[in-house]
Write a protein that binds this ligand. Sequence first.
Ligand code: CP
Length: 314
Amino acid sequence: MNLKGRHLIDPNDFSLEEFKQVFDLADKMVEDREAFGSVCKGKILGTLFYEPSTRTRLSFESAMLRLGGTVLGFSDASTSSVSKGESIADTIRVLDTYADIVVMRHPKEGAPMLASEYSRVPVINGGDGGHQHPTQTLTDLLTIRRLKGSLDNLTVAFCGDLKFGRTVHSLVSTLARYNANKFVFISPAELKFPEHLKETLMEKHNIEIYETESLEEVINQVDILYMTRIQRERFFNEADYMRLKDSYILTRTKLVDAKPDMLVMHPLPRVNEIAYDVDDDQRAAYFKQAELGIYARMALMALQLGVDVNVEGK
Ligand code: CP
């Protein structure tokens, strides 16, 4: 159970004990962030973002800066030598001499995995196509653990684009490994949770799943409502996106039927799927979730780099 030197490409790369190690350290960092302010002094994070990002890239950068390290990288592949045709393998072979740890976001599924095969430093998948987003999962689980007190015995509804939403694929496959969680999948027929992933869930974890197209039908039964954006960038056809983009809009009125302690989560960015009048509701957890992403990533990188985290606290 040592995360030093390990890659994080898929949430299944870590055991539940290893997740707990990350969350326990993240909790300490939330409690007393200043105490960890120089544990990564001299360390460099490389950020290779081949696809747009606000939270993932900037929370990684913030996390490394808050740990006392520094950051280099690109947020737009057109400004790097990728635009001249350089391969991922060659890019990472160079970057791993410039940085101690690397986070990569890429539109192609499997690109961070390929990078990890050539890298001598830990590679973190910052989101690959419609496939996986493991550090969003760390963020989501840390949020649930802190706000609900447990990662077991939860009824979790996922609403929106369940076909292309990588945050959903990563979180579902991870929550399925905890005890007695149940899933409700709410989506239009064209954006259903992929059948092959559903079969794996049922075969490996014997998970209870309910599928519906109606948010109103189930909103009163769930502990967590995980809203997602319709992923415009993954559609082949703009007309299909325009038809489906407003399939679900959560409003304060719809929340009347929900449990008083339900959490509304969203990986963000939102487009139109959560009305602004929900933001002030006690159940709205999405901005807290984005904030906790910094701590999840601070803890993750400190453990992957194997730095001394036994600091003198308050
Ligand atoms: N949640 C998330 O991945 O957001 P960004 O696309 O802004 O990084």
